[in-house]
Design a protein around this ligand. Sequence first.
Ligand code: DGY
Length: 440
Amino acid sequence: FHDVNPQAAGVLQRNGVKSWTKPAPSLYPHQWSWDSAFIALGLAHVDNRRATGELEALFSAQWKTGKVPHIVFDPEAPPKSYFPDAERWNSNGLSEHAPTGPHTSGLCQPPVHALAVRRIWETAQDKDERGVEAAREFLTGNYPRLYSWHRYLSTARDPERSGLVTIYHPWESGTDNSPRWDAPLSRIAIGDIPSYTRYDVQHVADASHRPTDEEYDRFLWLLEMLKKARYEEMDIYGSHPFLVKDVLFSAILVAANEALLEIGAVVGAPAEERAQVEAWIERGREGLEEQWDPALNLCVDRDVLTGESLRVRTVAGFAPLISGGLDERRLKDMLLTLDSEDFAGNPTLHRPLPPSTSPDEPGFHPRSYWRGPVWPVANWLLWWSLLRAGESERAASLRHHTLEELAESGFAEYFEPFTGEPLGSGEQSWTAAIALDMLA
Ligand code: DGY
């Protein structure tokens, strides 16, 4: 794979804007939260200054509540390149919690950031003394931001103290049109939505790669509802029609809290904060165990409004593997499902890489975004989790087939599972970033 490394670095170079990086050349022209975290993780192997700059830019838009917004808008992005734009979100106009400088969306995304910060620290160990000192300074400056981000997710987003994070919108999950959200979305009665034009479908080869117009109407309606609540957490919790405990988001928070403990040790964080982070980790793992579905042999999301478990077979179901700390039995369960025909063991796949949704699900679609395509970034999450669990053989297989796919077809956003056809945007930054991390 010796060509993959320089090619991946080139993608990140070309998508660079000032001190941060666009997720893709034209489909995503602003800064996205979890994309940036993965980008920093990859950049940590190339250029630590760029990696830290990436996260500094994102965290400078952190809300006063601790929320890290899912989009930070670039005022210099080409007009009519992305919708919903800063004006449609109007977060600075509506909320006193929004940052005063940059314009942002009102949502957040999975908290991968602490994993990237830890990687920056790890790669700095190979540098000279000045490099290590610069990294230590970065950790010291950003530990409080990470802590308040995780506190926000563990309190405002979990008033029940269930250990699971509540999302307000499928965009917060990062897996926008996953069939995980079909049932809760179907219950929403849509009112009048101010008119809008989608630009996303103009940036891909074929609109079938993207969520449908029906899904977009629901996405935009939820946005209007959040604006009506002026992005106030308590008001949202009292009236919003989409409140879901997202197991993948929650598992990433557990893994990020483990990283935060290590960062806390480097910077000498207060003992009570470290104890708090440990408690969040424990509560998170317990919450995920509550959502274990023995018949599916997977973890499933829960609709807060109906109390119902959302029993759909998707990669998010591997949440316990990502949160870590599994006993032998649960680890065996997870591996069995991973190797099954629902995921990497399906003999009709182009490569043994897990489709984002089981081909057996009624909501499966092989080309549509999170309804079936293989996502390199999801492969990274599983690869990294398998390594941590000591499952080096399976991890090596995921790594090998992911890199082979990228070497053959480039750094696409996602891939058709049966043909390997690259889909969505080409030159996707996080695809390049995870390749750099896998190759390191
Ligand atoms: C998009 O616009 O596709 C994003 O996923 C929303 O954040």
